[in-house]
Design a protein around this ligand. Sequence first.
Ligand SMILES: [Zn+2]
Length: 628
Amino acid sequence: MKKIYFVVLLVLFSFTGLQAHQPAATEKDFHSFSNPNEVIVKHVELDLSVDFKRNQLSGSAILDIQVMKKKRKGKNELILDTRDLNISKVMLLAPGKRPKKLCFKIGKREKILGSPLKIKLPKLRSKKTAKIEIRYSTSPEASGLHWLEPQQTAGGIYPFLYTQSQAIHARSWIPLQDTPQVRATYTATIKTPKKLRAVMSASNELYPVLDGIYDFQMPQAIPSYLIALAVGDIKFKPIGEQTGVFSEASLLDAAAAEFEDTQDMLKFSEQLYGSYLWGRYDILILPPSFPYGGMENPRLSFITPTILAGDKSLVNIIAHELAHSWSGNLVTNANWGDLWLNEGFTCYVESRIMEEIYGQDRAAMENVLGYLDLIDEMSSLEPRDQILAADLRGRDPDDAFTWVPYVKGQLFVTFLEHVYGRDKFDEFLINYFEHFSFKSLTTEDFLRYFKKQLFDQQPHAVQWSVIKQWVYQPGMPESTPVPESDAFDQVYLEQVLWLEGEKTAAQLDTQDWVVHQWLYFLNTLPDRLSLAQLTELDTVYAFTQSNNNEIAHAWLLVAIEQTHEPAYERLENYLLSIGRIKLIRPLYQALAETDQGREFALDVYERARPVYHRLAVSLIDEILDWGK
Ligand SMILES: [Zn+2]
């Protein structure tokens, strides 16, 4: 699992023998049925009621459409993406006229894409606009909606609902053109049970009257995967001038304290990359089943509670989601195969923010840990999954969310910074964000822009073949700027002294170690440790009881690999109480490697599965061959 250095060699070595990958044709988004080249949706007006008894949203979406070009004869249609929606009526709205019913057809359901909704339009001239109302309700199985029972929340009294629209789950709760190539503004009226409140990736009233009706405006055009909604017993506490936290009452103070540097992060990002264009930046803390660390829903990042560590040690997630306000939300990947344009740049910006706010040492440590995760994961990825410009035709775009677009993407961007120097590269980035703001771009669009703006200006700085290798080849290029950290060198020395019996665990010089150093210590332990060694470590440092979810995760992974049974009760509680994929998947994976471990995993998973988000369930079902 953690033979890192061996794996590095293996990856570098295996790379040289592989065929060059041909770029995918990225003009068309293969994950959408929609036809935005013919008719485009410019604005979405939602009116939805939230029914916690049926686990259902119902109401209407009014779409403002514009005809882009004259259609072929008899083929005047608007094609939308849907998944498991129950569509009852489609109407054309015109001011002063009665709504006119339109014919529509729902196409065959495809496993990954859902079903196209084909709406027959009246003859409309090019550039003509119209309003189409769609009445519909969602399925209790909607892939983008997660309905929680009261006992799955911190308060335990009220139910909770949250959406996760990325990558292509918006279509399971809104009929729309579900592709990052289309941007639309939106407004919404959300009706909830009284006492609960709704929040969205839009303007949120900070202290509304809880009357069960909430209105939202999102005046900036965003891609569909950034439309987000949460409903629950949600309160608000301000952090800074334009920043604050939404969460259940019991987590509010802790969250506001943990993330008190958010306003400073925002100010610094603006200095580096230009104005923050979204108004407020607030954070919503979700229940622990939330499958990701964070989701960059504009104006309101959705965040896992697992990073509330009490010492700000895991707040790089906030820097990451905030960074998406530029890379991703403002400048957006055109296809999910171009995800590295969102995530690689965001990880780079995240690191710059961390460096500024918490210092170079911390940023360096986080970069090393990210790199180790990447290398570890890459050893089990097929070559096609090690490529930045991924070809995802015929595949579920959720499969693209490995460390490759994130950390390999970040390393590529860091490599470019090193080639051109930080000042020059900062200037390039600010222009890049401005040039493509509120636009979507493909990898090829990026390369063209980069070539013109930077590469051609200094043709001898780097060879084009090296750039292509980064973008289109599997493995890690020889030019990888491997991150280093002095703080980890100390940890390594202490670890060696302990492993060689020169020092006992209690004698290790760990007084000043921070969370990241402990993570490094645990992540780099050798595969074979004796029961006595594990017991010694746990007795001295109480890893099994750690309140830091990342440290507990790293320790539990060690415990599983060595079948250290005293940690299994904590392991069980951990897997039952947390649904964040990054933290639970590796544990199930490690358990699945032995018969005994698998049996334990199946027993726990049977109870945990109903609580986990669908995205986690589909991954863990596969690991454990669930239901087979
Ligand atoms: Zn991200």
